[in-house]
Ligand binder design. Structure first.
Ligand code: SF4
Ligand code: SF4
Length: 168
């Protein structure tokens, strides 16, 4: 996983990708999940997140109260103690990490609290969730962080262009 190359590619294709996602937003919402989900599956079948961990290194998930209860139990500390040690409130008043990389990320890129990790981590990068139509803004945001999302969008561009060509 070449994160430097991804950064450069992200920068070069930022406008093109943004315009594409705006066009995709006009696709029938009912059909969008069936278009995006297979591409997500195909890309993640060939993606080794342990060679990347860019999401854990550069961004913070939000932590719900349930997440905090579950994780603090695993850490053997009170929820309040976990909040004080690791978390802060963001502008939306959500709990997020005080700093990145995530303190639960190991040197080997494994998550040290994997089985109790926040729901936001379980769902990242959200390209296999239902109602993709409502999540395209997140996909656009995650293009910068996640090389897999970048590839998903690249494949969608190829696929939808081909589809259009084949229609004529
Ligand atoms: S940024 Fe994307 S590809 Fe990298 S570890 Fe996270 S989910 Fe996997
Ligand atoms: S909790 Fe685990 S999966 Fe979530 S950001 Fe931290 S290291 Fe990554």
């Amino acid at each position: 996983m070449n994160l430097e190359r991804h950064k450069e590619q992200y920068r070069l294709k930022r406008k093109e990708n943004s315009a594409f996602l705006k066009r995709l937003k006009k696709t029938n919402p009912q059909k969008l999940d069936a278009i995006i989900h297979p591409v997500h599956e195909a890309v993640f079948a060939c993606t080794d997140c342990l060679k990347c961990a860019n999401c854990c290194k550069t961004t913070s998930p939000t932590f719900t109260t349930r997440d905090i209860t579950r994780i603090s139990k695993r850490l053997g500390m009170a929820p309040k103690q976990m909040e004080e040690r690791h978390l802060r409130r963001d502008t939306d008043e959500d709990f997020v990490l005080k700093s990145t990389p995530c303190p639960f990320l190991g040197d080997d890129n494994y998550c040290n609290i994997y089985d109790v990790r926040p729901k936001a981590c379980q769902q990242f990068p959200h390209t296999d969730r239902r109602r993709q139509h409502q999540l395209l803004h997140l996909t656009e945001k995650n293009l910068e962080v996640c090389p897999a999302v970048f590839e998903i969008v690249d494949k969608l561009k190829q696929r939808l262009t081909l589809h259009k060509v084949n229609k004529y």
